[in-house]
Each structure stands twice: as structure tokens, then as C-alpha cells.
Design a protein around this ligand. Structure first.
Ligand code: SAH
Length: 274
């Protein structure tokens, strides 16, 4: 049986969501986890104020950009975490947003469990939620949207039970059922492909006049939310030189995010009642 004197008995991993950027969006549990950390393994885009919650002696390891300016492969990150836990460390694996929303948290949990080591997950504010709050863009609204979907504008092939797996990525996705009246579609990792995404949605039957917003650098300095209609999405992203990180939101709720638009919407509604 493991004893408390056995360093491996102490070692564990805490996967922590750091939120979309603003250090004020860390949860109290996230701060508590950081305070206990011996090692913090973090992605890029983490505010130094977040890392300051870890003790000064805690080792801080960025797996975002190494010397060669390459992201560490997932297997190498898993191996790094496991090695530190085996040495008896409390490893905080800090991830942008929420670990289980396009954060590969599932893969890391599986790897740590397969190594027979303890792991827990502390959720974080995902970019869609942080960005929506900041832009005053309700993702659901009793009058306008009763469903919200999060999709990846770019992804690795999705596994299936069929031999080998199905091709993932943009061209194979059919999101048309996720966008339109009464629904909100949020696209992560989509700005680089914005024009292709818009074309695909329209080809699949989504109204070119569907309002869309791009929320750039949500909760970070220099954040902005810009709006247009689906047909103009690709052009707007190019025109406005939108930079990463950014999300795309498509749906009528986008109209609520802008005070002037909202008044026009209400005026139109009022006309239709007259
Ligand atoms: N786990 C993260 C998502 C990681 S995928 C989360 O829950 O938020 C990376 C993508 O998230 C980016 O390409 C971008 O689409 C989105 N993203 C992350 N931080 C963002 C921010 N501050 N503003 C806008 N989009 C952001």
C-alpha cells in the first residue's frame, strides 16, 4: 500500500481551466490548485498574473512554443506530466479556457489514468462564454435561440467504429443543422478558414443573411467584437485583419450584442405587432 512518505503517493495531476485570458476569470478552485503546485505545465497565452498564483519555487514549463517554435507533440506533453507525477509532484496542467472544450483534456486524462496515476479536472470559462459576456451577446435567449453548439473550424480526423476512422476537418463537416433561426453556432479555431466555413454553410443551405460576429482576443487587451452577415464573413475577417485567438458566432442573437442593432430589432418587432 502507498504510504504518505512514498513520493508517488503525493503525485497527481490537476487539469485546470485558466479561462479565456482575463486572470479575474480564474475560479477559486483553480487558484487553490495553483497554490499547491510543484510543477505548472501550461499552454501559451497564459497571463503572468495567473502563473503568479503558483509558489515561487514551483517549476513553470511552457509547452506552447519551445526553442524550435514548435508546439510539443501531445505524446511528449503526456510523458512530461507523467514523469513529474511519478517523481511525487503535484502537477497543474493549465489550459486556456476549459480543459474539456477543444482542450485535449480528454486525451490527457486518458494518458494519466492509463499510467495508473490520479487526476482531477477543474473547469474554466471557455472562450465562447467569456467572449459572449464581454460582447453582451447572450448565447441563448428565450425569444431568439434555444440551442447553442460549439464546433471546431479545424480538427484532426474524427475516429469512428468503422475501419480506420472517418476524415475530419472542414470539408466533411455538416453544420447546417446547427446554424439558423432559433440556434446559435460558435466556431472555435475558425478564423483562418472563415471564408471557406461561410461558403460551406451557405452551400449547405444556411441563409447568407444570417448575422455573424467575430470575437477577437476575448477578455484580453485589444479585444473586439465585429459583426456582419454570413455572406460577408470571409471578407470581413480579411478587411479587419482579424487575429488569433478569435471565435465566430452565428445566429440571430448576434443582433442583441449591439445596442443600436438591438433597438432596430425591437423597432421592427414593434412594427410587426402594430
Ligand atoms: N479550451 C479552450 C479552447 C482551445 S482551442 C476554451 O475552452 O476556450 C483554441 C481556440 O479557442 C482558438 O482558436 C479560438 O477560437 C478560441 N479562443 C481561445 N481563447 C480565446 C480568446 N481569448 N478570444 C477568442 N477566442 C479564443
Amino acid at each position: 500500500m502507498a504510504s504518505l512518505l512514498d513520493p508517488a503517493a503525493r503525485g497527481r495531476v490537476i487539469l485546470v481551466g485558466a479561462g479565456p485570458g482575463d486572470p479575474g476569470l480564474l475560479t477559486i478552485k483553480a487558484v487553490d490548485a495553483l497554490r499547491q503546485a510543484d510543477v505548472v505545465v501550461h499552454d501559451g497565452l497564459i497571463d503572468p498574473a495567473v502563473l503568479d498564483h503558483a509558489p515561487a519555487h514551483a517549476q513553470r514549463i511552457s509547452v506552447a512554443k519551445q526553442r524550435a517554435r514548435h508546439t510539443l507533440p501531445q505524446e511528449a506533453i503526456n510523458a512530461l506530466i507523467i514523469a513529474h507525477v511519478r517523481a511525487g509532484s503535484i502537477v497543474v496542467r493549465l489550459k486556456g479556457g476549459d480543459p474539456f472544450v477543444f482542450g485535449r483534456g480528454g486525451e490527457e486524462v486518458e494518458a494519466v489514468r492509463a499510467a495508473g496515476l490520479p487526476v482531477e479536472v477543474i473547469p474554466g470559462v471557455s472562450a465562447a462564454l467569456g467572449g459572449a459576456a464581454e460582447a453582451m451577446l447572450p448565447l441563448t435567449h428565450r425569444d431568439w435561440s434555444s440551442a447553442v453548439s460549439f464546433v471546431a473550424g479545424q480538427c484532426k480526423p474524427v475516429l469512428s467504429d468503422a475501419a480506420g476512422g472517418v476524415e475530419g476537418g472542414l470539408s466533411e463537416q455538416d453544420w447546417s443543422g446547427l446554424a439558423g433561426k432559433g440556434r446559435t453556432l460558435v466556431i472555435y479555431m475558425g478564423v483562418a478558414n472563415a471564408a471557406a466555413i461561410a461558403d460551406k454553410l451557405m452551400a449547405d443551405g444556411v441563409d447568407p443573411g444570417l448575422p455573424v460576429a467575430v470575437i477577437e482576443k476575448a477578455t484580453l487587451p485589444g479585444h473586439r467584437a465585429i459583426r456582419t452577415l454570413l455572406a460577408d464573413l470571409g471578407d470581413m475577417v480579411a478587411r479587419e485583419k482579424v487575429q488569433s485567438p478569435a471565435i465566430i458566432v452565428a445566429g440571430e442573437v448576434v443582433l442583441l450584442s449591439d445596442a443600436e442593432n438591438r433597438l432596430q430589432t425591437l423597432a421592427k418587432q414593434a412594427e410587426s405587432f402594430a
